[in-house]
Design a protein around this ligand. Structure first.
Ligand code: 5AD
Ligand code: FES
Length: 360
C-alpha cells in the first residue's frame, strides 16, 4: 500500500475517474511514489510475461499518405518527403528475412495510401499468412471503414495498431486538420475490437497542447477501451511540419506513463518505442525497466529506411535488421530481460482461442 488514494486505487484495480488520473499524474513529481509504482509495474509484467521481450518485425511499406497530421513528417502535404512504396515481392522479401532472424510477428505499417486498395491489401495479407502460418500479422494503416477492417480480418490479419493520439477533442483538433476527427478515430478502434483484432491504441507524450488534463483523458479512454496493446512514445519535432520548433516530449514522463499503463492494463503488450530510443540512447532499456515488454525492430529495406521519417533523427535507419537485432539483444540482456522468438500474443490470446468476435 502506498497510502495515496489514487495510487492504491490503481494498484487495487478499482475503476478510476478523471480526478484519480490527474492525482496519479501529479505523483510524477514525487520520486518515491514513482519508484514504488515502477516496481509494481515490473512485478505485473513479470507475472504475465516473465522476463521475456517479444519482438515485432516492422515493415514500413509505404510513406505516401493522404492525411496531414500536423506532427508527422510523412504527411501528404510535405513536398520534401521522398515517397516510396514496396511491391508485394519486396514486402515478402522483408518477411523472409525477418522469419530467418526469428521474428514471428510482422507489422505492416504505412501512411494512409489509397494505392493499396482493399483488394491489394487482402492479397498481401493472404500471401503472408499462407507462407508464414505460424506468424501473427499486425496492420497499422490508419482509419478505414468497418467493411475494410472486416475484409482484412477475414484475410488473416490478427492485430491492428491505431494510436488514438489524444482522447481530448480540442487537443485532437490542434494536432489534426479539420477533415479528421476523434469521433472517427474512436469508431475505428471500437470496430477493430468488435471484429476480434488484438487492438493497439496509444498516444505521443509531450505533443503540442498536451496537458495533465488531456493525459488523464487518455488514461480514461485506455481504461474504457482496454486495448491489448498501447503505443506510447515521446513526441519528436520534424523539421518539415508546423511543429518544427516545438520541444520534444520528456523521456521520464514517457517512462512514467509506461508504468501507469502497465498497472492499469496488466496484460497489455507495451512496446519500448523507437522514439524513446531516439531521444535517449538507453531509452528502450529504460522503457523495459518501466514496464514495457515489446520491441519493434525495423525490417524495411535499407534503401527506404530514412524515407520513413515521422520525426527527426530517427535511430536504426542505417543498420541491417540483423545488426539492429544483435545490438538490441545486448541492450535487452543488459536490462535483465531476454528476446524470444514467438508470436507474443496478448495474454488472454495465448491459448490460441481468440475471444468470439462480437461484431454484427
Ligand atoms: N514524433 C513522435 N511520434 C510520431 N508519430 C508520428 N509523428 C511523430 C512525431 N513527430 C507517431 C504517431 C503515429 C505513429 C505511427 O507514430 O503517434 O500514430
Ligand atoms: Fe499520415 Fe496522419 S499524416 S496519417
Amino acid at each position: 500500500m502506498i497510502h495515496k488514494n489514487a495510487a492504491d486505487k490503481l494498484i487495487g484495480r478499482q475503476t478510476m475517474v478523471r480526478e484519480d488520473f490527474i492525482e496519479l499524474l501529479g505523483y510524477y513529481n514525487n520520486p518515491e511514489i514513482r519508484e514504488l509504482l515502477r516496481e509494481e509495474a515490473l512485478q505485473l509484467r513479470k507475472q504475465y510475461y516473465g522476463n521475456r521481450v517479444f519482438t515485432r518485425g516492422l515493415i514500413e511499406f509505404t510513406n505516401y499518405c493522404k492525411n496531414n497530421c500536423y506532427y508527422c513528417g510523412i504527411r501528404g502535404a510535405n513536398p520534401n518527403s521522398i515517397r516510396y512504396r514496396l511491391s508485394q515481392e519486396e514486402i515478402l522479401t522483408c518477411c523472409q528475412k525477418g522469419y530467418r532472424l526469428g521474428f514471428r510477428t510482422f507489422v505492416l505499417q504505412g501512411g494512409e495510401d489509397p494505392f493499396y486498395t482493399d483488394e491489394k491489401m487482402t492479397a498481401i495479407i493472404q500471401e503472408i499468412k499462407q507462407r508464414y502460418p505460424d506468424c501473427a500479422l499486425t496492420l497499422s494503416i490508419g482509419e478505414k471503414s468497418r467493411k475494410s477492417y472486416q475484409l482484412f480480418r477475414e484475410a488473416g490479419a490478427d492485430r491492428y495498431l491505431l494510436r488514438h493520439e489524444t482522447a481530448n477533442d480540442a487537443h485532437y483538433r490542434r494536432l489534426h486538420p479539420d477533415n479528421m476527427s476523434l469521433k472517427n478515430r474512436k469508431r475505428c478502434l471500437w470496430d477493430l475490437k468488435s471484429l476480434g483484432y488484438q487492438v493497439g491504441a496509444g498516444m505521443m507524450v509531450g505533443s503540442p497542447g498536451q496537458s495533465v488534463q488531456t493525459l488523464a483523458e487518455d488514461l480514461l479512454f485506455l481504461q474504457e477501451l482496454k486495448p491489448q496493446m498501447v503505443g506510447l512514445g515521446p513526441f519528436i519535432p520534424h523539421h518539415d511540419t508546423c511543429f518544427a520548433k516545438e520541444p520534444a516530449g520528456s523521456v521520464d514522463l514517457t517512462l512514467y506513463l509506461l508504468t501507469l499503463v502497465r498497472i492499469l492494463l496488466p496484460e497489455v503488450l507495451l512496446p519500448a518505442t523507437t522514439a524513446l530510443g531516439t531521444l535517449d540512447p538507453s531509452g528502450r532499456e529504460k522503457g523495459l525497466m518501466a514496464g514495457a515488454n515489446v520491441i519493434m525492430p525495423n525490417l524495411s529495406p535499407l534503401k527506404n529506411r530514412k524515407q520513413y521519417e515521422l520525426y527527426d533523427d530517427k535511430i536504426c535507419t542505417g543498420e541491417e535488421a540483423a545488426e539492429c537485432l544483435s545490438c538490441l539483444e545486448k541492450q535487452v540482456n543488459a536490462a535483465g530481460f531476454s528476446l524470444v522468438s514467438e508470436r507474443g500474443d496478448a495474454w488472454q490470446w495465448q491459448s490460441n482461442i481468440p475471444p468470439q468476435a462480437t461484431g454484427h
